[in-house]
Ligand binder design. Structure first.
Ligand SMILES: Cc1ncc(COP(=O)(O)O)c(C=O)c1O
Length: 396
């Protein structure tokens, strides 16, 4: 019963032949992941997040295991993004101070407090649809910088207030996420502010590389937790940073045994799907906002696409109608598994798996069978309670 809607809805799927060129190993260097892991592992409150096996749901889908990496508890910020933005703020401050003082400033120097005055004069800025901005604001507050966060008209009040509570000034911009990114570029150029973006574009690479190095902490926790490589990983896509980071780490750690990767995006924001079809980074226009706020991106991140373009096995888009049922399914304990509080952007990968496993043709196309062991990234917990309440009450 509970699974019927996923059985009867057929998502759009497109399968490619990954080339596995050098970018999978090199675009996000292992050294960057090592440094991020070393630093973030020392932060107060660092703890690997849980990864329960949803055995009952796996049974119902006719596969062996579903390892659900639950990012809700991450640093009390509610999502995996806590790992990226805050770490990139630290690196941006380090580079800026090294430049202004003319000597190599270390992370230890930054933590020592002796540069507090200089840091307080640095302003970091970023566009966000919620989670990345929260991480940047938290990082700026931790390290003592000034922070401005740009959001579009449809980012919820709750999310704006969460960033203000972390000391950020929040600026609303007309238009969508891509318009807010454009505005940060204009304002940074005008005022000398430092952009800490999770998406990269021609000429802007280092902070997004740092952001993705931070996400690698989560990917390495998964590698450590599993006794053998999984067969599949379903990854939701916004600009592609999460997916690129996880795929890069899996290839670095598991080589040829790395799992098949399937990117899942909202029908309303399918920039990675379009890029896969065109075999080049491709923008799409967003005509209405998806409920999956974190995935509402019209342009892929350039660095992320370099990795994804040669490594992804399948691209999928899913309709809005499946989001609320998936959040309710997880909350209620999927088919008898323990309940999980997942946010609306967390469930796309799981939706992709459910639709794929329950449809005869898609099951073949995605090579899912009774021996499949699947990793799902539950990328956020409840990051906006008002949205999840509406979902639970059936108003969405
Ligand atoms: C909860 C959540 N999941 C997934 C994503 C997608 O990450 P990316 O934009 O790096 O593809 C986001 C992005 O904001 C997010 O907030």
């Amino acid at each position: 019963m509970m699974l019927d809607i996923f059985r009867t809805t057929k998502p759009d799927v497109f399968t490619t032949q990954p080339r596995l060129g050098p970018k999978v190993q090199d675009a996000l260097p292992r050294r960057g992941f090592d440094e991020a892991a070393r630093e973030i592992g020392t932060w107060d409150g660092y703890q690997p997040t849980p990864m329960p096996n949803l055995t009952s749901l796996a049974d119902r889908l006719g596969i062996q295991a579903i390892h659900y990496k639950h990012e809700g508890p991450r640093f009390g910020l509610g999502s995996f993004k806590a790992l990226g933005g805050a770490y990139a703020v630290l690196r941006v401050l380090q580079r800026e101070l090294s430049e202004t003082t003319g000597r190599a400033i270390t992370v230890e120097d930054l933590h020592s407090g002796s540069f507090a005055d200089q840091i307080s004069e640095i302003t970091v800025i970023s566009a966000t649809d919620g989670n990345h901005g929260r991480s940047v604001a938290w990082g700026a507050q931790r390290f003592g910088a000034t922070c401005r966060i740009y959001i579009h008209a449809e980012v919820s009040r709750f999310r704006a207030e969460a960033m203000q509570a972390l000391g950020a000034e929040v600026i609303r911009v007309d238009g969508d996420y891509d318009a807010t990114v454009a505005q940060t570029r204009i304002d940074a150029a005008k005022h000398g502010w430092k952009i800490v973006s999770d998406t990269s574009w021609p000429g802007y690479r280092q902070p997004p590389l740092d952001v993705m190095a931070g996400y690698g902490v989560m990917a390495r926790e998964i590698v450590r937790d599993l006794p053998e490589p999984p067969t599949h990983v379903f990854l939701q896509g916004g600009v592609g940073g999460l997916a690129a980071s996880v795929i890069a780490v899996f290839h670095q750690e598991w080589g040829n045994a790395a799992p098949r990767s399937i990117i899942v995006e909202p029908e309303l924001a399918p920039c990675l799907f379009a890029s896969g079809k065109a075999n080049a980074a491709t923008a799409v226009s967003i005509t209405s906002e998806t409920l999956m706020a974190g995935l509402s991106c019209g342009e892929p991140s350039q660095i992320a696409w370099e990795v994804l373009g040669e490594s992804v096995d399948s691209f999928m888009t899913i309709p809005e109608s499946l989001v609320a049922p998936a959040v309710r399914l997880l909350a209620g304990g999927a088919c008898g598994d323990p309940g999980i509080d997942a946010g609306e952007s967390a469930v796309a990968g799981l939706i992709g798996l459910m639709c794929g496993a329950l449809d005869h043709d898609l099951r073949d196309e995605l090579k899912l069978d009774t021996a499949s062991r699947v990793v799902i990234i539950g990328s956020e917990g409840i990051t906006d309670p008002t949205v999840v309440k509406a979902i639970m009450e059936g108003r969405v």
